[in-house]
Design a protein around this ligand. Structure first.
Ligand SMILES: [Zn+2]
Length: 305
């Protein structure tokens, strides 16, 4: 686990789950006012690392008021049930479409195993959260941490229908979640994240427009890192449209062939060659998953065109 300072009151935690190739891939954020908020828990397998980060920052467990989930995919939310058991005063803030699944994670777990296979087991099984600890994160809800720090919730579907983004207004810090894609900070690379079954291009583009309108100063990505390159938000719209065009053009080919076409036609992906083999394999796995999500989207919404 590694802790990095974003600002005086905001820290990023590299959760470093014990999965090969995932050493620099999953982040939680800790926001401090008089009370504390944790944004994204990561999977069950790295919850102890997140607790260690709170300890190292000298944040008493009683001080955490909110655990906020950008969405319920288990690499962001899988550890919530386990974490909440250790935080006596915390409420779990989650989208209305995700709330049921956090208290009854059986279906979430089964569908995750279908999409991710063995990786789901490595992330670890999801423990239920007590329903009375869940607070539905409605659009434009304000959560006050004291000391002038407030976090505003935005309903930002697209990557998934149960996606929220969070905005710390005072310092202009936007916790994008995954609706702004995956930003591999070590490479300076932004790439789409369009997984099945919930990806929706039009909703994703609209959500980005709402986030751009906030005029944020810093973007904090769950995958992985933070940046002042706010233009990433607009670049992401271009990337989504580019990948959709590539997948449409090569739709008859196999997923592996479409993966290769994406590597050829999105020139920025040349940067992936700099990754270690295990991290490159992680990217291949997720990009092929994204191809599946784009094909499902095309079949659902664009069949007639
Ligand atoms: Zn996700």
């Amino acid at each position: 686990m590694e802790i990095r300072k974003v600002l005086d009151n905001v820290y990023m935690v590299n959760l470093e789950p014990p999965i090969q190739g995932f050493e620099k891939f999953i982040a939680s954020y800790i926001v401090m006012g008089e009370k504390t908020a944790v944004i994204d828990t990561g999977p069950t397998c790295s919850i102890q690392n997140l607790l260690n980060a709170l300890d190292r920052l000298k944040i008493p467990r009683e001080n955490v008021s909110y655990v906020m989930l950008t969405h319920i995919h288990i690499d962001h939310a899988g550890g919530a049930g386990s974490l909440l058991k250790k935080l006596p005063n915390a409420k779990l803030v989650v989208h209305s479409k995700g709330a049921f699944h956090m208290s009854n994670p059986k279906k979430l777990w089964e569908s995750t195993k279908l999409v991710l296979g063995r990786l789901a087991e490595e992330y670890g099984e999801v423990e239920p959260t007590q329903p009375e600890k869940i607070l539905v994160g409605t659009d434009e809800l304000n959560l006050y941490l004291g000391g002038g720090i407030k976090i505003k919730v935005f309903d930002t579907p697209g990557h998934a229908p149960h996606h929220l983004s969070f905005y710390e207004e005072k310092n202009g810090i936007l916790f994008v979640g995954e609706v702004g894609g995956v930003y591999l900070e070590e490479l300076g690379l932004l790439r789409p994240s369009t997984p099945p079954p919930g990806f929706n291009l039009n909703e994703n583009l609209r959500s980005i427009d709402r986030l751009v309108a906030l005029n944020p100063k810093i973007l904090c990505y769950s995958h992985f890192g933070f940046t002042k390159k706010i233009q990433n938000l607009l670049l992401y719209k271009e990337k989504l449209n580019l990948w959709l065009r590539i997948v449409k053009k090569h739709k008859q080919k196999t997923e592996e062939e479409i993966f290769k076409k994406i590597l050829e036609e999105d020139k920025d992906l040349n940067l992936l060659k700099k990754l270690e083999t295990s991290s490159f394999e992680r990217e291949r796995f997720f990009i092929i998953n994204n191809v599946k999500g784009l094909i499902q989207y095309i079949e659902k919404f664009e069949k007639q065109t």
